[in-house]
Design a protein. Structure first.
Length: 420
């Protein structure tokens, strides 16, 4: 059997092609059932996200061609359409690729943590449809352990590399605990939604969402348990906010210096953090001149992100070393299983010979043959039967001019350790 991984991702294929080979939830069950009944496949998992579609399977020694044909046929495409964008890996390279994917080293955003959850979900789906068994199942268990080790021993996921995450990380650095902080979110678009998600994950439970239309903000508020206000109400509520994160499409600033001055006085000069992610700015630049106010713009966040990207690259080198070590260890363990099977087979072979010869010897003694004669015959016949196969193998190696093979047989039999 051969471990095989093949697929396409954001580096090799266009969005259009990625959409064509993606497996929607309703197609996933059918695909895994097809693979389960495929004569060349014994075990399979499909990982399908917006940035990648990958098939991991344990196949016979037919190579990747059969799986490429299956993938194309399933999506009603020609092999020629997908072949230029496909990559495939076998054995240790397949194990290493899976580990890199699960650790976020093959992601669009280096080190992003979401992919591990997606890989785990793919594993659960494959379990649900009884498509994963044996070696492949062990590989995924090993991969989850490796991902945990990488997260523990490196800083691959410890530095913000998105604007939304950087804003939340900044807030956490200034306010040790976000559980007691009140956060005012200005806007209700995709960026603010991401910010909300990160804040809640960090323990924040006091959110106020201010938006031009309360209906859009209400959807966000319902998901995260936030309070909703309109943009004109910001001056009335600003003093309540320890942190303000703003991202709107307004052409003019929404939060002015005078507004913040009044809020600071009402707060009795307790510090306030304002993070302005908008372009053009939502917060007047002069706000940064006020005492007890920390103002960060999107440019400040980008400089933080760039620094963090460099730190993640260093962590990625450490992660690659761990993955190389762990994938090699997995394949060594896998090869050792083959040795176990061979040893078991050889022991059974020897036991069968022993039991047959012993039965005959006991019968001979029962028939009155002298025990000394029976034992001599037993030892001679047992020796001849056990050395027959290795003797023929050595003769064949010598006859074929294969000194290396002969040397291996000699070493296996322990002949090189016998002194003259």
């Amino acid at each position: 059997m051969t471990l095989l991984a093949l697929g396409i991702n954001h580096n090799t294929a266009s969005v259009d092609l990625r959409e064509k080979v993606a497996f929607s939830p309703d197609k996933l069950k059918e695909a895994l059932q097809q693979l389960e009944s495929h004569p060349e496949v014994t075990s399979s998992i499909i990982v399908s996200t917006c940035n990648r579609t990958e098939v991991y399977c344990d196949v016979t020694h037919s190579g990747p061609g059969v799986m490429i044909d299956w993938l194309a046929k399933f999506h009603q495409l020609s092999a020629e359409e997908i072949l230029p964008s496909l990559y495939f890996h076998e054995e240790q390279a397949a194990a290493r690729h899976l580990m890199r994917v699960a650790c976020g080293l093959d992601s669009l955003v280096l080190g992003e943590p979401q992919i591990l959850g997606q890989v785990k979900q793919s594993y659960s789906s494959s379990q649900e449809y009884d498509a994963i068994h044996g070696t492949l199942e062990k590989l995924f268990h090993k991969t989850f352990t490796v991902a945990k080790r990488v997260r523990t021993e490196t800083d691959i996921g410890g530095n913000a590399v998105s604007v939304a995450y950087a804003a939340c990380t900044l807030a956490k650095q200034i306010f040790e605990s976000l559980s007691d902080a009140t956060v005012l979110l200005v806007g209700a678009g995709e960026t603010i939604e991401l910010v909300s998600r990160h804040l809640v994950e960090q323990g924040c439970n006091k959110l106020i969402v201010a938006n031009r239309t309360k209906e859009r903000a209400a959807n966000l508020a319902e998901e995260f348990g936030a309070e909703v206000i309109g943009l004109p109400e910001i001056p009335e509520h600003l003093h309540r906010a320890d942190i303000v994160i703003s991202s709107t499409a307004s052409p003019l600033p929404i939060v002015g210096k005078g507004m913040v001055e009044k809020a600071i006085k009402a707060r009795r000069h307790q510090p306030m953090l304002l993070v302005d992610i908008a372009v053009p700015r939502d917060v007047e630049a002069e706000v940064g001149d006020l005492n007890d106010v920390y103002l960060y713009t999107v440019d400040d966040l980008h400089s933080i992100i760039e620094k963090n990207r460099e730190q993640r690259k260093v962590a990625a080198i450490q992660a690659e070393a761990i993955i190389s070590e762990e994938s090699a260890a997995f394949m060594s363990w896998l090869r050792s299983l083959e040795a176990v099977d061979s040893i078991r087979q050889y022991r059974c072979f020897a036991d069968d010979i022993k039991n047959d010869m012993l039965s005959r010897s006991l019968q001979a003694i029962a028939n009155g043959v002298a025990p000394e004669k029976v034992l001599a015959e037993l030892s001679n016949k047992l020796t001849n039967k056990l050395i027959h196969a290795p003797t023929r193998a050595m003769q064949q190696a010598a006859h074929n001019g294969e000194p290396e093979k002969l040397s291996v047989i000699r070493e296996t039999l322990g002949l090189d350790s016998i002194k003259d």
